[in-house]
Design a protein around this ligand. Structure first.
Ligand SMILES: Nc1ncnc2c1ncn2[C@@H]1O[C@H](COP(=O)(O)OP(=O)(O)OP(=O)(O)O)[C@@H](O)[C@H]1O
Ligand SMILES: [Mg+2]
Length: 349
């Protein structure tokens, strides 16, 4: 089955065609990140207007190389969570296509799509197979969630950030250090040349008995460090400061994952979301899995940040479960994910 995926929840306009939820036939992304850079973060109205400009060319490119719309069996689209004005552009595009072609429409939860990104492969390399139970860490610009996954789409939320999401913490840290937006990749690259012990920073909720994380204290500690050091030292020691920040973030995540491994049965570790592109986190997860004799699935870096291949892959899960959407499908801004459960299907919204 061939699914066209459409993604427009934030600042990436994306379309992709995926076979059987696993094999990418096309994957096109237009980012409006440059338009937001001067503001230090995403400006919702600019994002919506850029989606309007980019959507048709992106869609055209995604479908033209693989047989056009006729070769597509269903249309999957991100319905939320995200910026509502942005989501509506993707939703109206998908609904219009479904209406004129009579093909089934599938609404997708953006976080379910991120979690699927680990299992979508490229034509030249077979996609990895999921093994259950899994410990799945979703670390993105808006979310930090640790799940126990016992079967496809059967998840329990084990822990979450009590304040800033990890990606948000990276972006705020980059702003404090005057490094530009988005900050995650810049800090990751700078940290590679730094000494992580030179400027130790606090690991949030290290001693709490639960599996939650916290990153706002780290941001405050970084601000205080920057104020104390002054511009000249910051310029000289930027790589060391970035390494210290990254070490605190990755330690916080890995310690809680290790604690989770002592509480629930796990065969496979999976990470997803924009921060899953982080080199230190990828190494640390690989080490953690090796120490516990588990397999570890890291999505290709290009599929960590927002893309439509993951939306098509998650759409396949919904198709298999018979969960189709009507043309009344609407956008939603935030996730109803709660401590009681990790249900990411669109039904309870
Ligand atoms: N190499 C990296 N290291 C750390 N963070 C990174 C890296 N690359 C990207 N990021 C961070 O990933 C985030 C973007 O990820 P993503 O696109 O998944 O988030 P989002 O879609 O905005 O949020 P959500 O999926 O929660 O709605 C940004 O905060 C960015 O700084
Ligand atoms: Mg995202």
């Amino acid at each position: 089955m061939r699914i066209l995926g459409i993604e427009s929840s934030c600042d990436e306009t994306a379309a992709a065609v995926v076979e059987d939820g696993r094999f990418i036939l096309s994957n096109v992304i237009a980012s409006s990140v440059k338009e937001h850079q001067a503001f230090g973060g995403v400006v919702p109205e600019i994002a919506s207007r850029q989606h309007l400009i980019s959507m048709i060319p992106v869609l055209d490119e995604a479908i033209s190389g693989c047989g056009g719309l006729d070769a597509v069996d269903a249309i999957a689209v991100t319905a939320g969570p995200g910026l509502v004005g942005s989501l509506l552009v993707g939703l109206m595009t998908a609904k219009t296509l479904a209406w004129i072609t009579g093909k089934p429409l599938v609404g997708v939860h953006h976080l379910e799509a991120h979690l699927q990104s680990a299992f979508v492969g490229w034509p030249d390399r077979p996609p990895p197979d999921p093994e259950y139970p899994q410990l799945a860490l979703l670390v993105s610009g808006g979310h930090t969630l640790l799940f126990h996954v016992t079967a496809p789409r059967q998840r329990t939320l084990l822990g979450a950030s009590r304040d800033d999401a990890v990606g948000e913490a990276y972006d705020k840290a980059a702003k404090i250090l005057g490094l530009g937006y988005p900050g995650g990749r810049i800090i990751d690259e700078l940290a590679a040349g730094g000494d992580l012990k030179r400027y130790p920073l606090p690991v949030g909720l290290r001693h709490s008995p639960d599996l939650d994380t916290s990153f706002s204290g780290l941001k405050t500690a970084l601000s205080q460090l920057v104020a104390r050091l002054g511009d000249e030292t910051i310029d000289r020691d930027l790589a060391h400061i970035c390494a210290g920040f990254q070490h605190a973030v990755v330690t916080a995540l890995i310690e809680k994952m290790e604690k989770a491994l002592g509480q629930v049965p796990v065969r496979q570790i999976v990470i997803a979301g924009g921060v899953a592109a982080n080199s230190r986190l990828r190494e640390a997860c690989t080490d953690l899995a090796a120490r516990h004799g588990l397999s570890c699935i890291l999505p290709p870096r290009s599929l960590c940040t927002d893309n439509a291949a993951m939306v098509a892959a998650a759409g396949m899960l919904a198709v298999e479960a018979g969960e189709f959407s009507g043309l009344e499908l609407n956008a939603f801004a935030s996730s109803t994910l709660s401590r009681r459960g990790g249900n990411l299907s669109l039904c309870p919204q």
